[in-house]
Design a protein around this ligand. Structure first.
Ligand code: IDC
Length: 382
C-alpha cells in the first residue's frame, strides 16, 4: 500500500518535470509543488529506513550512517527544485530504451544511453537475493543503474519452478520505485524447445509491467549449439506476445552462448525495438569475440551485454583483471550497457558475496568497476 502511494506520488512529481527531468516551475501549481515536497520527504524516509536494514556489507557502517544523515539534512534544507534534482533517476532521465540503428537511445534524450549494473543468479537456486532490500542495496551501495532477473529454466524436462515469479515481481516493483532499469531474462539454454511457456510468461509480464519504461525483456539467455534460424523462429513467436501490451526493448540471444552475434546481424529478427545480447567471460573470451561484436555492430545491430563475468566461462576461477579492463575499454568506447554475473554467494569466482553476504574479492572489484561508470553518469549531472 505504502509502495503504491509512493509510486503514485512519484508519477505526480515526474509529470511536473520536463524532458531533462528538471522541474518546470512555470507550469506547476502551488498544489503540485506541495505534493512534490511531501513526496520527496517520504522517499527520503523510506531510503533511510532501507539503508539501515541489516544487510551486511564490507563498507564502514559509520560511513553509511554519516552519509544518510547528511543526505537527510540536505534534503530538508534544499529548495523544491533541488529536491526534484535529487530524485532524478536513470529511467526518469533517459526514458524508454529505443533502438536507433545500431545504437540504443533514451526516449527522453534522443542520445545514446549506457547503463551498468548487476545480474541476479538463477532464480531457482538463489531466491534469498530476489528482494526489494537487495534492489535498494544494489542501487544505493553498489551504484547500479540496472538489475537483471534470471528466471531459471532448467530445460531437463522438469517443469520449471514458478515459485520465483512473485519474487521477480518484487524486484521489478522496487526497480520501478527506484527508477532503475530491470531486465527479465528467460534463463534457459533450450528455450526454443518450449516456446509456449516463454510466450505465456512474457505475455503476462508485458501486460502487468510493460507500460513502465524500466522493463526490458530478454527472451532467451543462451542458445547453445543450434542454428540462428532456430533462435530467430523462436524470437518471432515470443515477441508478438510481448507486443500485444508493450513496445519496450526486447533483447535476443544467439547461438554459442550468445556469442554468435554476426549471424544475428546477417539476418535480424522481424520487428521493432529489438537488440541482441553479447555474453563474455573475461577469463575465457578475448579479442576474437570483440572482433565478432564489432562486425555485428558495423553490420547494423545494437548490442547489450546482459551478462558478463570477470572470471572463466564456467563461472569460477580468479578474476582476469587485464582482460576485464580490455572488455571495459571496449564497452566504454561503444557505450554498451552491461550486467555482471552474479548477485550470489555460491563458492565460485563470479559471486559478489561470500556466504555471510559480505562482499567477496570479486564483489569489491566489480563494485569499483560499476561505480566508476555510474557515479558520474550523465543522468546525475546534466
Ligand atoms: C552458472 C553458475 C554455476 C551453475 C551453472 C549451471 O555460475 O554456479 O552451476 O550456471 O549451468 C553463463 C550462463 C550462466 C552460468 C555462467 C557461468 O548464462 O547461467 O552460470 N555462464 O558458467 N554463460 C556463460 C557463463
Amino acid at each position: 500500500m505504502k509502495k503504491t502511494i509512493i509510486l503514485l506520488l512519484m508519477c505526480a512529481m515526474l509529470s511536473g518535470c520536463n524532458a531533462d527531468g528538471a522541474a518546470d516551475i512555470s507550469v506547476q501549481t502551488t498544489e503540485a509543488l506541495t505534493v512534490t515536497t511531501a513526496e520527496t520527504i517520504e522517499i527520503t524516509e523510506v531510503t533511510s529506513a532501507t539503508t539501515a536494514k541489516p544487510i551486511e556489507t564490507n563498507e564502514e557502517k559509520t560511513t553509511v550512517e554519516e552519509t544518510t544523515a547528511e543526505e537527510t539534512t540536505q534534503t530538508e534544507e534544499a529548495s523544491e527544485v533541488e529536491d526534484v534534482k535529487t530524485e532524478r533517476t536513470p529511467v526518469s532521465y533517459y526514458g524508454e530504451m529505443l533502438v536507433d540503428g545500431n545504437k540504443l537511445v533514451g526516449s527522453n534524450t534522443g542520445e545514446q544511453v549506457r547503463v551498468t549494473g548487476m545480474s541476479f543468479f538463477w532464480s531457482n537456486w538463489s531466491q534469498k537475493y530476489y528482494t526489494s532490500d537487495y534492489v535498494d542495496y544494489l542501487v544505493d551501495e553498489y551504484n547500479c543503474e540496472i538489475v537483471r532477473c534470471s528466471y531459471g529454466i532448467q530445460d531437463n524436462g522438469v517443469p520449471h519452478d514458478t515459485s520465483c515469479e512473485p519474487l521477480i515481481e518484487d524486484v521489478i516493483e522496487q526497480a520501478i520505485e527506484r527508477g532503475v532499469y530491470v531486465i527479465v531474462d528467460w534463463h534457459s539454454h533450450g528455450a526454443h524447445n518450449n516456446p509456449d511457456e516463454a510466450i505465456a510468461y512474457f505475455e503476462k509480464l508485458a501486460e502487468k509491467y510493460g507500460s513502465y519504461d524500466n522493463l526490458i525483456f530478454e527472451i532467451y539467455n543462451e542458445p547453445t549449439q543450434v542454428s540462428w534460424s532456430t533462435v530467430k523462429d523462436y524470437a518471432e513467436k515470443v515477441i508478438p506476445a510481448i507486443r500485444k501490451y508493450s513496445d519496450n526493448l526486447v533483447i535476443v540471444g544467439s547461438p554459442t552462448w550468445s556469442q554468435d552475434v554476426t549471424s544475428a546481424a546477417a539476418n535480424p529478427v522481424e520487428g521493432e525495438n529489438i537488440a541482441y545480447t553479447l555474453h563474455f567471460y573475461a577469463g575465457t573470451h578475448k579479442q576474437w569475440l570483440r572482433d565478432n561484436a564489432d562486425k555485428a555492430i558495423s553490420a547494423g545491430i545494437p548490442l547489450f551485454v546482459t551478462e558478463w563475468g570477470s572470471v572463466n566461462a564456467d563461472g569460477n576461477g580468479s578474476i582476469d583483471k587485464n582482460s576485464t579492463e580490455e572488455w571495459f575499454a571496449w564497452m566504454d568506447k561503444n557505450n554498451i550497457s552491461s550486467c555482471n554475473w552474479a548477485v550470489n554467494d555460491k563458492d565460485e569466482g563470479s559471486s559478489i558475496f561470500v556466504q555471510d553476504s559480505t562482499l567477496s574479492e570479486t564483489g569489491k572489484y566489480i563494485k569499483k568497476l560499476i561505480s566508476e561508470r555510474t557515479e558520474n553518469a550523465e543522468w546525475r549531472n546534466k
